[in-house]
Design a protein around this ligand. Sequence first.
Ligand code: SF4
Length: 407
Amino acid sequence: MASSRPVKVAIYTFGCKVNLFESDQLKRSLKNIEIVTREEDADIFIINGCTVTSATDGQVRNMIRRFVKRGKVIVTGCYAKKPDPFLECASEVEFVNDISEVAQILGEELIYDAFFDRSRPFVKIQSGCDQFCSYCIIPFVRGSLKSVPLAEIRTLLEKIKDRQFKEVVLTGIHIGKYGKDLDDGSTLADVVKAAHETVGRVRLGSLESPEIDEQLFEYAKLGMILPHWHVPLQHGSDTVLKRMNRPYTTDEFKTAIDRIVSVYKELPAIGTDIITGFPGETDEEFKRSYDLIESLPFAYGHVFPFSVRAGTAAEKMDREYPVPSEVKKERAAVLRELFETKNEQFMRSLDGTADEVVIEEKLSETLFNSTSSKFQTVEVEGGFNSRDLIKVRLKYGSGKLTGTLTV
Ligand code: SF4
């Protein structure tokens, strides 16, 4: 007699918030399938892979090799979009474009939902990018812009509000271009307004500096956007920015940062991403990058040594003007140290200030981690529930922030 037990699926996720979001969305969409966490229990393996560095490529590849011996393997995410010449078992694996196709293969339908596995849900408002920065594989693997219609986002925001969340994070691959592919003229500012009116606190995911328009500055000034902005600079030298095909100059970037700072009463948390060792990066270009970063009020920064992605414009540049890998790493270490100092200064500047924090995880019966408006982790003592929004006074000491309840 055939067994009627549900199919068991194990889902593995690599990479960025978009992948995390999509895997979570898939998990919540599967109604007739059992999700398992132990690989020995699974019939089907779904790998939501990433291709951001060659190291992640290797991890994904090894996982595929292991799982093809055990059952059906479906691979999606950025890794699945380009043929991997080092994967000898590729013919035994199903590669699909996106997570909705995975749901289809499993006989289910993907629902549009937020990433609820936390106190601050992530709402993906668009996918894809058509910027084609010369080092980036995303436009090739994620396709062009695709925005979620505002009405759908509003419905989801209502759900988030009903579940008592106090903060929402708006994410995507290129959120500043939200709405450009829609014909109703909706913009990111419209999404911010809807999220603020429904849920309350609104945090923006990574946003490109040229896309911060007057309406967004105005909403920030009105307190509708949390004082935390992640604005990727990538390099602090105009010549490298040009080779990277980034659509701004360092002066324009500085102007955008000055504007962000000027719309808040207190210094906001501004974070960025930086690449070191981009093809042809000279000592002088690196020095310019260092000097610019030092001069800007960054609260934190993520530094990545350049990693070549096959098929990008930078691949050719790297063949012609490679920067030795030890130089890339040394420069990355120098910038990481600079960002550590800046982060310490920023945390110190918060000592004694008042803030509202969202309670996240329980550390002990009376101790909780929370997230501040400026994206800092703050330890607070008391009896709370996750998602609570509480007023605290911050104290900085021993490298961490703690909060004391205020009324
Ligand atoms: S780095 Fe450039 S190409 Fe890549 S996702 Fe961001 S804006 Fe798009």
